[in-house]
Structures are given as structure tokens and as C-alpha cells.
Design a protein around this ligand. Structure first.
Ligand SMILES: [Zn+2]
Length: 274
């Protein structure tokens, strides 16, 4: 295992090359396929090249808090291999995950809606690279770029679906199903079968006691869907995990995939003329 990620919660994909700075491709015709964040990849290359001037690669590390509720948002982040949890707080100390953002989106959505203050805690749960832009620069680019607006509005719709489905999921579905869903959502974002996580951290994410996570993880392990040893999780049977998860996983994924399919034709058409 890469020593640099030993302390990370999630292990980046094995054998995947280190994240290159997108600045590397600034002078060339940056092909969408080389852009790891799918929201940025969907933007026509001419627009993307302009955005690139305001983007900088940053390493996000496990446990880092990007914003707390009430914090002014100073940067937006487009994760590449990193994963960021949105947590809502209760009673000042209880935290529950309500959203998960990876290469599919952007952290700092309130800025799109004209708000500069975060209402949630944004916590890095998977170490990895992201592209970062200063809030003032982002607001300027957002006003100028119709493709950026289009992609962000589309993403907000899928994020809202995820958040509202998660509210129902947390209330109605048992821990084992929710754990399976969480593993699948994470798998989709990091593109790796291997994660590192602790029971304690996962209990916070799912809003349950540690013993509940232990029981659920054992149940999934017994069905040979995952292996779990000393904080190392490996997904052994993804299809089986989908069957074990509550329907919330597929509901949100279908919404996300549908939005991407809708976007594909106009995005390709725009790219062809730029
Ligand atoms: Zn559910």
C-alpha cells in the first residue's frame, strides 16, 4: 500500500497513476477524458481552459474540515479522488452524514445559490486530490460561464435527491442496508474495491452506535459481500452488495445517471463547436 495514504480513511484506486495537476494540460487541448472530476469534465474545453487559470490542485486529507456550519466559504473544491462528507449537526455535538461528494460534484454549493456561508460541516473522509478555486473567483466564473451554470444546476438537483433520500433512509432503513448503501456510494466515488475505515468513524457517518456498525459489518461479511479486517474493507461482491442495500442506493444512482445521460448530447454538441 502506498505509504502516503496509510492514514487515509479511503485508499485511492490501486495501480492508478498519481493525480496529475490539471495545469499540466492547460497548454494542450485538454481532453475531457483526462479530467478526473466529472463535473469539470462535462464543461466544453474552451470554457474549461479559462476555468483552469483559477483552479489549483490541493491534497485533501482524512479528517480535515473544510467548513463548519456558519463558516464563510472561502474556496470551492472539485474532488478528484478525494471524498467529502456533508454532516448536519444536532445538539452541538451529534453529527450525521446527509451527503457525500466525490469526483461527481463540487463542495461549496451555497455559493451557486448566492449564499457565502455553509450550513453544514464539510469533512474530508477520503484522502486525495481536488481542484480548488477561491470563492470570489468562482462567483465571477459562475456568472460568466453558461456551461458551468448548467452543470452545477444539474449537480444540485442530484445532490438534493441524495440528501432527501438520505433523510428517509436514516429514518426507515436498518443499519445493515444503510451500511451496504454507504459502501456502494463510496465505491462509486473512489473507484476502488479497497477502503480503510474505522467502526467509530462509520458510526458517526451512519448516526448509530459502534456496536450497530460491528453487527452490520459482520452480517455483510458472513454473506461474503465484503471482507473486513483491522479497518481494511474490501468489496468482494458488488452485485450482492447492491441486493443487500436498501433501494435508496439505486433511486439516487438512477437520478444521477439519468441527469448525466441528459447532459451527454448537448455537452458533446457544445464541445464539437468549441
Ligand atoms: Zn435507505
Amino acid at each position: 500500500m502506498n505509504e502516503n495514504v496509510q492514514n487515509s480513511f479511503l485508499v485511492p484506486p490501486v495501480g492508478h497513476p498519481a493525480t496529475r495537476s490539471n495545469r499540466d494540460s492547460a497548454g494542450q487541448a485538454a481532453r475531457p477524458a483526462s479530467i478526473e472530476n466529472s463535473l469539470l469534465a462535462a464543461i466544453p474545453r474552451k470554457e474549461y481552459r479559462r476555468l483552469l487559470a483559477g483552479l489549483e490542485p490541493v491534497m485533501l486529507t482524512f479528517g480535515e474540515i473544510l467548513y463548519e456550519p456558519g463558516d464563510t466559504i472561502r474556496h470551492v473544491y472539485f474532488p478528484n479522488k478525494s471524498v467529502v462528507s456533508l454532516l448536519t449537526l444536532a445538539d452541538g455535538h451529534l453529527a450525521l452524514e446527509v451527503g457525500l461528494i466525490g469526483r461527481d460534484g463540487m463542495v461549496g454549493i451555497p455559493l451557486v445559490l448566492g449564499h457565502t456561508v455553509s450550513s453544514v460541516r464539510a469533512l474530508v473522509q477520503g484522502t486525495g486530490m481536488a481542484m480548488r478555486m477561491a470563492a470570489t473567483q468562482f462567483q465571477k466564473e459562475f456568472r460568466l460561464s453558461a456551461p458551468l451554470q448548467r452543470e452545477l444546476y444539474r449537480y444540485i438537483h442530484t445532490l438534493m435527491s441524495q440528501i432527501s433520500q438520505t433523510a428517509a433512509c436514516n429514518r426507515f432503513h436498518v443499519v445493515e442496508m444503510r451500511l451496504a448503501r454507504w459502501l456502494l456510494m463510496t465505491h462509486d466515488r473512489v473507484k476502488s474495491d479497497h477502503f480503510r475505515m474505522t467502526h467509530e468513524f462509520l458510526a458517526h457517518m451512519l448516526g448509530v452506535r459502534r456496536v450497530g456498525v460491528t453487527k452490520a459489518a459482520h452480517a455483510l461479511q458472513k454473506q461474503k459481500l465484503i471482507s473486513y479486517s483491522r479497518g481494511d474493507i474490501t468489496i468482494l461482491d458488488r452485485d450482492g452488495l447492491v441486493a443487500a442495500a436498501c433501494e435508496c442506493y439505486e433511486v439516487v444512482k438512477d437520478m444521477h445517471d439519468g441527469a448525466q445521460t441528459e447532459a451527454a448530447v448537448p455537452a458533446r454538441a457544445l464541445a464539437a463547436v468549441t
